[in-house]
Structures are given as structure tokens and as C-alpha cells.
Design a protein around this ligand. Structure first.
Ligand code: GLC
Length: 723
């Protein structure tokens, strides 16, 4: 992190000398206001605790006046006047919601990822917030896990890209600026690999997987000077992350050079008791402080347990002071000592909010992935006069928020019905939900199916409720909930009999297991949760005002039994060539995904040809240019996304069959062509040797370029790496 101003260093030293033990422990405590609920409710605390210095930080406080009053209490009515950290889960927007992170990852566009974080920071800072519990950087390859929706998807390379963009977006050019937030990279580490996709379950991965898959995004966040990191709830091979000195003090602080604040997850210190590694709050507090956790979120373990732990010699006063120093240093870097009220003073103008909503609409549209489009069912013909708009997500504005909506009001979201009516004012749009999102009532299906008669098309809006993904939302059967399949089957049958297209849109926080729908719908779109402008964003795509450009950042399995299924798997000694029964395969399911990583159609029709490398051999210090001819043979202007993969053909450690190393985009008018050039720094092709040390091994590397991780769609070249 940047060096501290001398006056701040002096101020911190003086404060620590003057602070009582209670005041020190107060700085290591973050309590929850009740403006939003993000975990089990803990016995209430009063504002007197702020005056007394027993609480030095808050979370879940919403509104500029509330934040200012709490800040005033700390600054003007406590003995030492130390300002509060005020944190909130600003995960995908604050009051103006952008797409949920997994959906936004489909843009593969770090400039936009940074921009939405910057806009969220501005809006949250205007409410007096100075810390965002984001970005969430947990790589996930398991759609059963509800928090897959919050992260970057399956690729550690995308995780790094997103980490850099989001930290820069939230923290801005100057952390002390009135519209900057302290970013919190979470949840360190490996949370996305919970056993069986079950929330909070144990994580037991190899050191190699930890270093190759789960840590790179956090390393990127640290390189960008992320202000704080939040350990995961989970245990890693039996050691809870909240008490994992090896991971926190060694891997994170010593090896990655992180010198910011470690803030526990919600009540996680007290939950060391439930993990079975602490007998009581005293031991739990001692373990967490020993591991390097600076702030106790909500549990009260530091306030209650550390005085006794100090008396018993379980921890030292120096460890307490070390943690207090880091917290005060962050507050200084946020400019809170200079002007604790700077955040919350600048109200958002109507123009700024309108502009932010326009951005949300654009990003929402770009986050939508067109998974299939049989016979060019989309875009809807301009002559569309009658549309059957069906399904439980068709008129569900509150659900469009997705999980982690925090400060966004339910009625501030645009539903599909509203968006389609605005986009097709001349059309008759007949709406029926047919079924609820969940539940077993099928009584509405018949009426819904009737609306297909005489319609030009049926638009089926299906998927999950906002609370069916996110935290505490693992699903063992990640298909369509309730009786939605029954509705879809009935609509598909009636529409088929009337020869009208059925366009199915999935609003969901994860890849859903819907091979039967992909097989039969005329077109299928993954809409994630597009945010506050959902209805307009979807209408922009369905009417052809915009061509779809989103690409899925996570593999869509055909069956739960295939999970985890991702492009970076190792070959095995018997790869899945059709060499008979003795191969890495299932006897009852294909190995192939329903949709591969990176898949997404546009309204163009792109071909790639003539892959060429700027050199056939290279060393670690070289950068190789990888060029490919791209042509749009379709009838509409569109943007193509091209992925650059590599496959090391021989290595001391069995290499993945594909590794992602670059993404490029090109927009072409119909009938035109262009050249897309991607730059590959050869050093990026290093791997972790048998000793887990980084190494760039000499030898042949395949360089592969194409529209997704589908091997059959990739052009291949060869590069010889020499020492
Ligand atoms: C929750 C989540 C974490 C969030 C925190 C505060 O339990 O695990 O991601 O930032 O508590 O709401």
C-alpha cells in the first residue's frame, strides 16, 4: 500500500498510546445496524457503545443521514473521536443495480467492470458508506453452490482480470476521495470449492489447486492495493480460514505482501466454536487474532474474549496493537480523520442517477447470453403484433434484482412486461404467469397456454427467485424450480402445434440443468439477473435494437452428475477419445457440456480463419502476437468475442487441456472482415512445477483461438518455448 502521510503516522502512534484496552478492542469490532439483514441476528447493541468506544465500526447501515449521525456520535461524542468504518455489501450496485457479478462477467470487459464499480462507489459513498464488502473473487465450478452468482465464474484468469477492475473501480485513483470506498476482496480462500456445492461445507483442495485456481484472483487484488480481505467461513482441510495463520499470515501477508485489514466474515470468529476448534469466545478470539484477523464482524468475541485471552497470555498486547494500527491506518488512508463527513455530503443529482440507469441498461443488455437461436427466431420480427408473454419471471420486478440487492428498492426495477410493452408499443402483449416460481400449483398453466393461440411468438420467462442463489442458497437439484417445466412443456406443445416460436429466457444465479429446454426452445437466453433496467435490457436484445454479445463465464453442465465440469480439466491417462470402455467417461451421460465456457451467439455470423503467430519460438521475455482473420457473414452488425487458450503439450505436472490467456473483441458490419490481434506475454505461460514453484518449461505449446472453450471450434497454432 502507498506510504502513510507522516502526520497520519504520528496521529496513529499517539492514539494507540492514549487508547484504553476497551477502546482498542472497539476499533477491532464491527457491529451490524439492522437496515438490512445479511446473517443471523445478534443481540442488539446501542449507540452508547459508539460513544464509549466499544464499537469502532458498523455495517448494514443505509442512508446518508443515518450514517452521518453514527459518524457524528463517534467523532464528536466519543473520548478519542475516531471515525467509523461503515461497510455494506455493495456487490453489484448500491441503489442502482447492475447485473449480478456472474452475469456481468459475461461482458469479458474489464473497463466496464471497473466503471460499474466506480458508479456503485459514488452512489454508496453518497450514502455515507466507506467500505464495500466486494469484490467477491471465489472461483466456482459448481452450479449447486448458491454463491456462484456472486463471483467471476470458473476461470482463475477471469478472476484476476475482474479483481483488478473491481478494486480499481471501488477504490478509485485516491482512496481518500469522497467517492471512493475501501474494497474488501472476499472470501479468502477456496470457498467456491465447498464439498458437494453445499453452503459453508468443508473445502479440501490440494495446495496446487489452491495456488492455481483459488488464489490468483486474490493475488491480483493485492497487487492493486486492495484495502481489505475477508476470510471465508469455511475450513480449508480442517483449519477454519478465520483461524488459519498459515493462509492469512504466511500465504496472504508474507507471500503476497498484503498489508491491509483482515475483516472477519459475519460472526465467523464466534463460529470457530461450532467448527470445534475453540471451546469458548476467549479461545475463538485468541485463535483469530493469532491468525491475523483485525476486525471481528458482529460476534463480539474480541470485545468479550480478548481481555481474558490477554490475561491468560493466549495473545499479547503487541498483537492487539498491530491489529489496531492496521485499522487506524485504513481509516487514515480513507481520509476519515481529515474529513469524516466527506462521504454523505455530496447528494446524487437526478442527472447522475439517470445516467447510471442508462449505464445499467447497456450493461444489462451486454450481460445477456444468447445460448441458442434456431432458425433465427431472434431478433423478433419488426412485424410482431401479438406476443404471449408467459412465466413467473415475466412480471417480477423485485426478482430482477438478484441476491445482494441491499439498498435497491423492489419497485425501482423494470420488469420484462414493462420493457416489452415499451419496446413494442404497437404489439398486443398478452401476459400470464402460468405458475409461481416455486410451489406445485399447476392450475394457471391452461390459461397461459391459451395465449399462444393467435400469437406471433411465445416468450417464456423462467428461472429462479432472487433468493434462490447467493448466500445460504445451495441447490441439490439446480433445474427449474416448482412446476415451471410443466408450464414450459405445455407451451412448447401448443406453440409447436401452432408453428410459433418459443423464446425461453432464464433468470438465474447459476447455470441451470435444462438440456430438455435447450433441445426444444426456438431460442434460449441466459439473462442472469440483469439489474434495475432488466426489462429494457432484455427488450433491446429480443427486438434487435442491440445484438447479444454476452459469453458465459461458466460451463453449463448437462447433468448434475457431471459437476464439477470446466474447461481447465487435466487430460487423465485415458482421455475421452472413443477408444472403447476404458476411458474417462460415464456410461450414462456424455462428458460434453450443454454449453461450454465462453459460449454465446450474436446476430452476426462470424468465421475465424488464418491463425498466425508473430513468431514460432519464444523465450520468457517475449510477447507473441496472435492474429486471426474474422469475418461477419451474417446480416447484422455484431460484436464477436474471441478467446486465446494455450495447451502445454508436455510438462512435469500434467497440464490442463486448455488454459485461458486472453480475450479479444471485434465489431463488424455485415459482410465485412477484420483482423483481431491478441498479445500473449510468454511469461504468462508459466506453471507451478512439482515443488509448486513458478516455472516456464521449455517445449511445445499449442496456441488455440476461438469463440468458446469448445475444442472443435478452435484454430490451433504451435509455439516452441525455449529456455
Ligand atoms: C455475509 C457474507 C459476506 C458479507 C458479510 C456481511 O455472511 O458471507 O460475503 O460481506 O456477511 O454482510
Amino acid at each position: 500500500m502507498r506510504t502513510l502521510k507522516p502526520q497520519d503516522a504520528r496521529r496513529i502512534g499517539t492514539l494507540i498510546e492514549r487508547m484504553s484496552l476497551t477502546e482498542k478492542l472497539g476499533q477491532l469490532t464491527m457491529m451490524a445496524a439492522s437496515h438490512t439483514v445479511t446473517g443471523p441476528q445478534i443481540a442488539g447493541h446501542s449507540t452508547d457503545d459508539i460513544r464509549s468506544g466499544r464499537i469502532g465500526n458498523l455495517l448494514n447501515l443505509i442512508g446518508a443521514s443515518a450514517a452521518r449521525e453514527m459518524q457524528r456520535l463517534a467523532v464528536e461524542e466519543s473520548r478519542l473521536g475516531i471515525p467509523l468504518l461503515i461497510g455494506l455489501d455493495v456487490i453489484h450496485g448500491h441503489r442502482t443495480l447492475f447485473p449480478t457479478p456472474l452475469a456481468e462477467a459475461a461482458l469479458f470487459d474489464p473497463d466496464t467492470w471497473a466503471l460499474t464499480a466506480r458508479e456503485a462507489a459514488r452512489e454508496a459513498a453518497a450514502d455515507g458508506i466507506n467500505m464495500a464488502f466486494a469484490p467477491m473473487l471465489d472461483v466456482s465450478r459448481d452450479p449447486r453452490w448458491g454463491r456462484t452468482v456472486e463471483g467471476p465464474g470458473e476461470s482463475p484468469w477471469v478472476g484476476q482480470w475482474l479483481a483488478e477492475a473491481k478494486v480499481r473501480g471501488f477504490q478509485g485513483a485516491d482512496l481518500a476521495a469522497a467517492d471512493s470506498l475501501a474494497a474488501v476482496a472476499k472470501h479468502f480462500c477456496g470457498y467456491g470449492a465447498v464439498t458437494a456445492g453445499r453452503e459453508y461445507a468443508s473445502v479440501d483442495v490440494s495446495d496446487r489447486t489452491l495456488l492455481e485456481v483459488h488464489m490468483p484472483a486474490f493475488a491480483a487484488a493485492v497487487r492493486c492495493e486492495v484495502a481489505a480481505v475477508m476470510p471465508a467461513f469455511t475450513d480449508l482441510a480442517g483449519i477454519p480460514m478465520t483461524a488459519h495463520a498459515g493462509m492469512l499470515r504466511e500465504r496472504l501477508r508474507r507471500d503476497l505482501g498484503f498489508d491491509g485489514v483482515l475483516v472477519s466474515d459475519y460472526n465467523a470468529i464466534a463460529e470457530l466454536i461450532q467448527h470445534g476448534v475453540a471451546a469458548d469466545l476467549i479461545e475463538a478470539a485468541a485463535l483469530a487474532l493469532e491468525a491475523g484477523v483485525d476486525i471481528d464482524m458482529v460476534s463480539g468475541a474480541y470485545l468479550k474474549g480478548l481481555p481474558v485471552a490477554l490475561e491468560r497470555g493466549l495473545v499479547s498486547a503487541a498483537q492487539v496493537d498491530e491489529a489496531v494500527r492496521r485499522v487506524l491506518t485504513l481509516k487514515a488512508r480513507l481520509g476519515l480523520f481529515e474529513d469524516p463527513y466527506a462521504r454523505g455530503r455530496v447528494a446524487q443529482s437526478a442527472g447522475a442517477v439517470a445516467q447510471r440507469r442508462r449505464l445499467a441498461r447497456e450493461v444489462g443488455a451486454r450481460s445477456i447470453v444468447l445460448l441458442s437461436n434456431r432458425d433465427n427466431a431472434l431478433p423478433l420480427p419488426g412485424a410482431t403484433r401479438r406476443l404471449a408473454l408467459l412465466g413467473p419471471l415475466a412480471d417480477a420486478p423485485a426478482e430482477m434484482r438478484g441476491p445482494w440487492w441491499c439498498a435497491a428498492e423492489p419497485d425501482a426495477q423494470v420488469s420484462v412486461l414493462e420493457g416489452m410493452r415499451a419496446a413494442l408499443p404497437q404489439a398486443q402483449i398478452l401476459h400470464a404467469s402460468g405458475v409461481d416460481i416455486a410451489g406445485d400449483d399447476e392450475s394457471g398453466i391452461a390459461a397461459a397456454v391459451e395465449l399462444c393461440d393467435g400469437a406471433d411468438a411465445a416468450l417464456l420467462c423462467l428461472g429462479e427467485a432472487a433468493t434462490m442463489s447467493g448466500e445460504a442458497a445451495s441447490r441439490a437439484h439446480p433445474g427449474l424450480p416448482g412446476r415451471q417445466r410443466e408450464l414450459a412443456e405445455a407451451v412448447l406443445a401448443r406453440a409447436g402445434a401452432r408453428s410459433i416460436p418459443v423464446i425461453a429466457v432464464l433468470f438465474c444465479g447459476r447455470p441451470l440443468i435444462v438440456p430438455w429446454l435447450a433441445e426444444r426452445a426456438s431460442a434460449l437466453l441466459a439473462a442472469g439477473f440483469p439489474g434495475c433496467e432488466a426489462g429494457h435490457a432484455l427488450a433491446d436484445i429480443l427486438t434487435g435494437r442491440l445484438s447479444p454479445s454476452g459469453r458465459t463465464p461458466i460451463t453449463w453442465p448437462r447433468a448434475v452428475g457431471q459437476i464439477p465440469l470446466y474447461f481447465g480439466q487435466r487430460s487423465s491417462g485415458r482421455p475421452t477419445d472413443p477408444i472403447g470402455p476404458f476411458a474417462s467417461r460415464y456410461i450414462d451421460e456424455s462428458n460434453e457440456p450443454l454449453f461450454p465456457f465462453g459460449h454465446g451467439l450474436t446476430y452476426g455470423r462470424f468465421t475465424l480463419a488464418n491463425l498466425r503467430l508473430s513468431s514460432q519460438s519464444a523465450t520468457a521475455s517475449d510477447t507473441v502476437e496472435v492474429a486471426v482473420d474474422v469475418e461477419n457473414r451474417g446480416g447484422r452488425r455484431a460484436q464477436e468475442t474471441v478467446f486465446l487458450f494455450a495447451r502445454r503439450l508436455k510438462s512435469r505436472v500434467a497440464p490442463p487441456v486448455l488454459e485461458l490467456h486472453g480475450v479479444g473483441k471485434i465489431t463488424l458490419d455485415p459482410g465485412t472482415r477484420g483482423i483481431l490481434t491478441l498479445r500473449l506475454p510468454v511469461a504468462q505461460l508459466h506453471s507451478l512445477g512439482p515443488d509448486l514453484a513458478p516455472v516456464l518449461e521449455p517445449g511445445a505449446v499449442e496456441i488455440l483461438v476461438g469463440p468458446s472453450a469448445d475444442r472443435g471450434s478452435l484454430l490451433a497454432g504451435r509455439l516452441e518455448i525455449s529456455a
